[in-house]
Design a protein around this ligand. Structure first.
Ligand code: UFG
Length: 330
């Protein structure tokens, strides 16, 4: 019988892509989601269990029912601007929720955890290409909440009576959509650059605002390392196999090592859609780092990861296909 993996946040953008990939790899993905930011329509690849991470009794009930071999933990609030305005929300949802999850895993003896972390845990390092050994000095409450979750998982894994191994993936900027357009990126409200630029092209918003033109980068706009969600999730399946092969806990950046400025992304959106992107210059957004680019090939070397789909064109064209599918309502 197929083994199960509990996917917290399985109704979200990245979690739903994980469910599809897990199903493709022969697992049954069990979505656990409170549907605050997730979408029921995205749960297409396995059972759905509604619940909040902060409800440990509900988590244990679901774990005992499905007996998963591992947990992939995506459920989190992830909006840098919102986190800067309301840090308590992020510490409560992301940190307390993750604490309850890890407690429930320990109680139910589930030994494998793949955790969705972020390059936002690194903060700003003055042009340094970020690798996994960079000090984690987050600039905002979102990054701080993710760093705290890493810390608590490390502490549990080191406890003598807990059998827990983990893989942390520190994501750079995730973009693109399922090439079959069954699922894609949707946030309420949308705050991410590529979907906002596509919305501007389609006239779903007046224009895109480019946040800040005076950063110490080649064209003055922020530089990010964009990675296709399909590639990102392929790494998660490799991470799961790494854990199940008994190779132990580890941490990996997931980025391509190539940075693009906001202006370069906007130009690429215009090229792919063959439409101008209505855009205006605006002030900096609180909490933004000038540049976040991965300087690591560890995931390639140790997991055999190859981010083959992460050209800007492929990320934008899959996102564009998702935006244009019939019934799009994000
Ligand atoms: N940007 C704009 N205008 C917009 C939206 C974004 O200029 O309307 C800029 C941002 O200032 C930033 C870049 O586009 O420089 C990318 O912004 P996103 O909001 O798309 O992504 P972030 O870099 O803020 O955040 C994302 C994820 C986080 C993750 C972070 C790591 O949302 O979860 O990447 O860089 F931590």
């Amino acid at each position: 019988m197929a083994e199960r993996v509990l996917v917290t946040g399985g109704a979200g953008y990245i979690g739903s892509h994980a469910c599809k990939a897990l199903a493709g790899a022969g697992y049954i993905p069990v979505t656990f989601d409170n549907f605050v930011t997730g979408w029921r329509e995205a749960v297409q690849f396995g059972p759905m269990e509604e619940g909040d991470l902060r409800d440990r009794a509900r988590l244990e009930e679901v774990m005992r029912k499905h007996e998963p071999v591992a947990v992939m933990h995506f459920a989190a609030l992830s909006n840098v601007g919102e986190a800067s305005r309301d840090p308590g929300l992020y510490w409560d949802n992301n940190v307390i929720g993750s604490l309850r999850l890890v407690e429930a895993m320990a109680a139910c003896k589930i030994p494998n955890l793949v955790f969705s972390s972020t390059c936002a845990t690194y903060g700003e390092h003055d042009g340094v290409m970020l690798d996994e050994s960079c000090p984690q000095l987050p600039l905002n409450a979102y990054g701080a909440s993710k760093r705290a979750v890493e810390d608590l998982i490390v502490n549990f894994a080191a406890a003598p009576d807990v059998d827990l191994n983990y893989v942390f993936f520190r994501y750079f900027n995730v973009a693109g959509a399922d090439p079959e357009a069954e699922i894609g990126e949707f946030h309420r409200p949308e705050t991410h650059l590529i979907p906002l630029a596509l919305d501007a092209v389609r006239g779903r918003r007046d224009k895109l605002t480019i946040f800040g033109q005076d950063y110490p980068t080649p064209d003055g706009t922020c530089v990010r390392d964009y990675v296709h969600v399909t590639d990102l999730i392929a790494a998660h399946v490799l991470g799961l196999e790494h854990l199940r092969a008994g190779k132990g806990s580890d941490v990996f950046n997931l980025g391509t090592g190539r940075g693009f400025s906001v202006r370069e992304v906007v130009e690429a959106v215009a090229k792919v859609t063959q439409e101008p992107v209505p855009a205006e210059d605006g002030p900096r957004r609180a909490g933004d780092c000038a540049a976040l680019v991965s300087g690591s090939v560890k995931a390639a070397d140790e997991l055999g990861w190859a981010p083959d789909h992460s050209s800007l064109d492929e990320m934008i064209s899959t996102a564009w296909a998702w935006h244009q599918r019939p019934g799009y309502k994000a």
